[in-house]
Design a protein around this ligand. Structure first.
Ligand SMILES: Cc1cc2nc3c(=O)[nH]c(=O)nc-3n(C[C@H](O)[C@H](O)[C@H](O)COP(=O)(O)OP(=O)(O)OC[C@H]3O[C@@H](n4cnc5c(N)ncnc54)[C@H](O)[C@@H]3O)c2cc1C
Length: 113
């Protein structure tokens, strides 16, 4: 049974669930519940920039560059696994590539003093 009404309150006693009361006051009897948390991307500031998406996620290359050469995306916002370790690795990849881009732009030799 799919019921999409908001839950008003969880019901139960002594740490034992007995059901939920829905917004309209009706009660659904249950002995267990599973909390499902979604996530919302705060990426409205990207609206108007022509970037490649797959579903709601930004497509990047292996170093996290998006379809725009100067925009990188890391973590949940991009296509891939949503895990902390992935987000951290994405940051390292993106920072490394940005550093490489800057080095290439400036040249690898130190200027004479
Ligand atoms: C309930 C739950 C359980 C999870 N359990 C695990 C787990 O066990 N192991 C695991 O590896 N992963 C887990 N994850 C996934 C993991 O949390 C994410 O993959 C990871 O946090 C993604 O990192 P992120 O940097 O992309 O985004 P976030 O960690 O969401 O960081 C984004 C940050 O940017 C901030 N922000 C947003 N908009 C703006 C703005 N306009 N200006 C400034 N700051 C802004 C936000 O406040 C937030 O602090 C879980 C996620 C959820 C929701």
């Amino acid at each position: 049974m799919l019921n999409e009404q908001p839950i008003h309150q969880l019901l139960g006693e002594n740490h034992q669930m007995s059901g939920v009361e829905l917004a309209d006051g009706s009660i659904v009897e249950l002995d267990a519940g599973l909390v499902s948390m979604g996530s919302k991307y705060h990426a409205d500031y990207l609206n108007g920039i022509d970037l490649e998406y797959k579903g709601g996620n930004l497509v990047t290359d292996a170093m996290n560059r998006t379809s725009h050469p100067r925009i990188f995306a890391v973590g949940d916002l991009k296509v891939g696994l949503n895990q902390v370790v992935i987000a951290a690795a994405d940051g390292a990849n993106a920072a490394t590539q940005i550093w490489r881009d800057i080095r290439r732009q400036e040249g690898t030799r130190r200027r004479a003093a």
